[in-house]
Design a protein around this ligand. Structure first.
Ligand code: C5P
Length: 242
């Protein structure tokens, strides 16, 4: 059975001081943390080194999207830093995603570190059908998610980031065992905040997620380690039923 600690990723979305306090509180309690672009633009590589030194695995969520040459170079640099997971936008295209895989492979090989898992972001959960139409996509979000998941699969990407409710759409495309990371996870009774397409941790796993990204329901509590523990408990009991 998978260790529940390998399935929970805590999003450290805050100012540097807050993040340091959360890292103190969560050290030893969880394995994975997610660093987004806001924190990374402020602290750069030092936040990755700091989190690694504390024993965390790092999911660096920069959602790369540029010409293939640029993305290849960025993925190479991030792989050399030793991040364990990173993201690219599937909308960047087949060649761009393949370039990310190539760059990461080269970077990891150069420094003798493991290849990071490269995840493709399909349609942002903040986009609805109207938003897609505005950028020239006539299909509904689900159809676009499926299309981009197929493209990511073809490019040799290691997994997909999508809402828990989209996991059943992408699982048949990716096949069993491939990584599906879902944000929009809310334990029963917690604040929904600005998330709309949400599921509880147990439900997200039932729908096919392999990893759950949870931010505020853990970080915005008086005891983040206890909040994380409760979610890990829910993941374990789901595993016991599977
Ligand atoms: O605090 P909360 O649990 O809502 O945090 C969710 C995290 O997942 C945030 O870092 C957010 O940027 C990220 N995310 C998301 N929806 C996506 C992709 C990433 O909420 N489609």
């Amino acid at each position: 059975m998978t260790d529940p600690k390998d399935q929970l990723i805590v999003a450290l979305d805050g100012a540097p001081g807050e993040v340091a306090a959360w890292a103190d509180a969560l050290q030893g309690a969880v394995t994975w943390v997610k660093v987004g672009m806001t924190l990374h633009y402020v602290l750069g590589a030092s936040i990755i080194d700091d989190l690694h030194a504390r024993g965390f695995k790092v999911f660096l969520d920069l959602k790369l999207h540029d010409i293939p040459h640029q993305v290849e170079g960025a993925a190479e640099a991030l792989a050399k830093m030793g991040v364990e997971m990173m993201t690219v936008h599937a909308a960047g295209g087949l060649e761009m995603m393949a370039a990310a895989v190539r760059g990461a492979n080269r970077g990891a090989n150069q420094v003798g570190k493991p290849m990071p898992r490269i995840l493709a972001v399909t349609v942002l959960t903040s986009m609805d059908a109207t938003g897609l139409h505005q950028v020239g996509v006539p299909d509904d979000p689900q159809t676009q998610v499926e299309r981009l998941a197929r493209l990511a699969q073809q490019a040799g990407i290691g997994g997909i980031v999508c809402s828990p409710l989209e996991a059943p759409l992408v699982r048949p495309i990716l096949g069993p065992g491939t990584t599906i990371v879902t944000p929009g996870v809310r334990p029963a009774g917690s604040e929904v905040g600005d998330q709309s397409r949400i599921a509880t941790p147990a439900r997200a796993l039932e729908l096919g997620a392999t990893h759950l990204v949870v931010g505020r329901p853990i970080t915005q509590t008086p005891d983040p380690a206890a909040a994380a523990q409760e979610i890990l408990q829910e993941i374990s009991s789901k595993g016991a039923l599977a």
